[in-house]
Design a protein around this ligand. Structure first.
Ligand SMILES: Cc1cc2nc3c(=O)[nH]c(=O)nc-3n(C[C@H](O)[C@H](O)[C@H](O)COP(=O)(O)OP(=O)(O)OC[C@H]3O[C@@H](n4cnc5c(N)ncnc54)[C@H](O)[C@@H]3O)c2cc1C
Ligand code: FES
Length: 260
């Protein structure tokens, strides 16, 4: 883990409250694995928790990219940062997704949860024996569907669902996922599940992994302060007791998670 002073190369509005931040981060870009996160000191933010955690959407060629949603004080302040500004970024932090997959890789993301899954898909495709990959993207409306074109650029098949039916299937992202699970089971194919997004979606995906005896890898999004294991703000209950999302996670095996 390093604390790198990174120049903002670009900072673009994607849609709605979502932006893509591209950082020049030569050191971090070399070492970051999918599912790990960076802890960004938000310029101009005067509070005790100066940093905010973000998954890595992509890393390589000296750059680290973050796809984020402006939701509160820190992320709104971050929207003011401009290309050329320098930000302090700690990372890469935490444990990411495994890059070995037995059977098909089914990636399930909601909202900005697609960010680490995009990086995962890219890295899985670069392995010696890439698995067949399908991505299931969910959102409340079409405005919350992110990275669909980025997955298409990777050549990955993408299924989309929105709660209001404004794009893709109407309903939950687990509906098309369930159709795929039935299809795979009928064909006798194994799979692993990889998920990041809102808690109810993560729980539903974890249940499908454990319920089918398959491996599941769940990236837990917990409020963080220090990001390095010192403050215990980011506790997740697991079968081994309390775990810190920033150290033992954010990616956990589905079978290890205890849901309240
Ligand atoms: C490992 C990890 C990876 C993340 N990756 C991304 C990412 O790729 N893109 C992205 O947009 N966001 C990501 N987040 C969430 C992001 O860190 C929070 O949205 C951000 O810290 C909120 O800061 P704020 O000051 O703007 O909001 P605050 O003013 O602190 O809070 C505003 C609202 O956001 C909620 N909030 C605060 N922290 C979180 C959190 N960790 N998760 C969900 N809601 C939160 C609060 O409950 C409140 O409703 C990630 C969080 C973690 C722990
Ligand atoms: S954020 Fe401080 S221990 Fe995880």
């Amino acid at each position: 883990m390093i604390d790198e002073k990174c120049t903002i190369l670009s900072h673009e509005l994607i849609k709605g409250d979502y932006r893509m931040l591209v950082l020049s981060a030569p050191e971090m870009a070399k070492d970051t694995a999918p599912g790990q996160f960076v802890h960004i000191r938000v310029p101009g933010l005067e509070d005790t928790a100066l940093r905010r955690p973000f998954s890595v959407f992509d890393a390589g060629d000296g750059k680290v990219c973050v796809l984020y949603k402006a939701v509160g004080r820190g992320t709104r302040a971050l929207t003011q940062a401009k290309a050329g500004d320098i930000v302090s970024v700690m990372g890469p932090l935490g444990h990411g997704f495994p890059l070995k997959c037995e059977g098909d890789a089914l990636l399930v993301g909601g909202g900005y949860g697609v960010a680490p899954l995009h990086f995962l898909a890219k890295r899985l495709l670069a392995t010696a024996n890439p698995p067949a990959i399908k991505v299931f993207i969910g959102g409340r409306t079409k405005e919350d569907l992110l990275a669909v074109e980025d997955f298409a650029k990777l050549g990955v098949e993408t299924m989309v669902a929105t709660n209001d039916g404004s794009a893709g299937a109407t309903g939950l992202v687990t509906d098309p996922l369930d159709d795929e699970l039935i299809r795979l089971r009928t064909a006798g194919r194994g799979f692993e599940l990889f998920a990041c997004g809102p808690d109810p979606m993560l729980k539903a995906v974890a249940m499908r992994a454990t319920g089918t005896g398959s491996k599941g890898w769940i990236s837990m999004d917990r409020h963080m302060i220090c990001g390095v294991g010192a403050c215990y703000a980011c506790i997740q209950k697991t079968v081994r007791g309390n775990s810190r999302c920033c150290i033992e996670g954010p990616v956990f095996a589905a079978a290890d998670l205890v849901w309240s």
